[in-house]
Design a protein around this ligand. Structure first.
Ligand code: C2E
Ligand code: CA
Ligand code: CA
Ligand code: CA
Length: 278
């Protein structure tokens, strides 16, 4: 048992070592990746239940590392924030996503595109001007763009951050609270900030079929959002059972593997044309 314990400790140490090695390596490689644009955007459908079609596309960033393969955003967004590289990364994301959206718009597809925003970009004070110049360069109408902001951002929302969000709204962009209900409960911000969309965290959706409590929580979030006049999007919808329960409780917008995985921009015209209600 003693030997087992020791080898466990050694294995754990090695795991931590290699995890730190990977993070350090990604930190080292990030500046060159930005310079050489080793990033790619993928797009996941957001579906209107009543409309029975794709109303939106959420843009999600990927890092194609020459040696390590595809690195997911959960691994490098916080890294970019810590390394002071999030603003250039988000500028790249804004540029790519607005150009892809403008191309779809020009081809006659009536969809909104959402972009995930970093708090740090807002705190840096250049989010609104960066969004404005990306829209202008791409030739995308502002009302086609949704900015998704995680709730934790709102926790330290200062007056200036709020006024930057108000500026974006005045420009015509749509604001969305992302991951609603995860970890924080800044309910008061929902009433105060100029958001139009609430994205219910997928943990709620995962629990909806588990027991009465899970279903009650989902109904509560939907009711809260609707009473505040917001559109509520359920995230992480994976099963027909979840779809039915959400539908029964008045949820009109959904996103998740049931409707489609994230795809490259090239596939979007086909995905948008071929989308068939399951
Ligand atoms: P998020 O904004 O909550 O995005 C949704 C995540 O859930 C995506 O993971 C998506 O692939 C995944 N997902 C979608 N449907 C399902 C489902 O049915 N089941 C499950 N289990 N998962 C589903 P992804 O692409 O790995 O992104 C992770 C997070 O990274 C995002 O969470 C977002 O917070 C952040 N992120 C992604 N792209 C960007 C970006 O361009 N900028 C910033 N600042 N953050 C980004
Ligand atoms: Ca999001
Ligand atoms: Ca989310
Ligand atoms: Ca998130």
């Amino acid at each position: 048992a003693k030997a087992d314990g020791k080898s466990c400790v050694r294995t754990a140490a090695r795991a931590i070592d290699s995890a730190m090695g990977r993070r350090a390596r990604l930190a080292r490689d990030l500046p060159a990746a930005l310079e050489q644009e080793h990033f790619r955007m993928v797009y996941q459908p957001v579906v209107g239940v009543e409309e029975r079609r794709i109303l939106g596309l959420e843009s999600l960033v990927r890092w194609d590392h020459p040696q390590l393969g595809t690195v997911p955003p959960d691994e490098f967004i916080s890294l970019a924030e810590d390394e002071g590289l999030i603003v250039p990364l988000q500028r790249w994301v804004l540029g790519r996503a607005t150009r892809d959206a403008a191309a779809l718009h020009a081809a006659g597809f009536e969809v909104m595109t959402s972009i995930n925003v970093s708090v740090r970009h807002l705190q840096a004070g250049c989010l609104a001007p960066d969004v404005a110049s990306a829209l202008a360069e791409a030739g995308l109408p502002p009302h086609k763009l949704i900015l998704e902001i995680t709730e934790s951002v709102m926790l330290d929302a200062e007056d200036r951050l709020e006024s930057d969000l108000a500026t974006l709204k005045e420009m015509g962009c749509v604001l969305s609270v992302d991951d609603f209900g995860r970890g924080y409960s800044s309910l008061a911000y929902l009433a105060r900030l100029p958001v139009q969309i609430l994205k219910m965290d997928r943990e709620f959706v995962a629990d909806i079929e588990r027991d009465e409590r899970g279903a009650t929580l989902v109904a509560g979030v939907l009711d809260l959002g609707h009473r505040l006049g917001l559109d509520v999007v359920a995230e992480g919808v994976e099963t027909v059972g979840q779809l039915r329960m959400l539908e029964e409780r008045g949820c009109r917008f959904m996103q998740g593997w049931l409707f489609g995985r994230p795809v490259d921009a090239d596939s979007l015209p086909e995905v948008l044309t071929a989308f068939d209600w399951g």
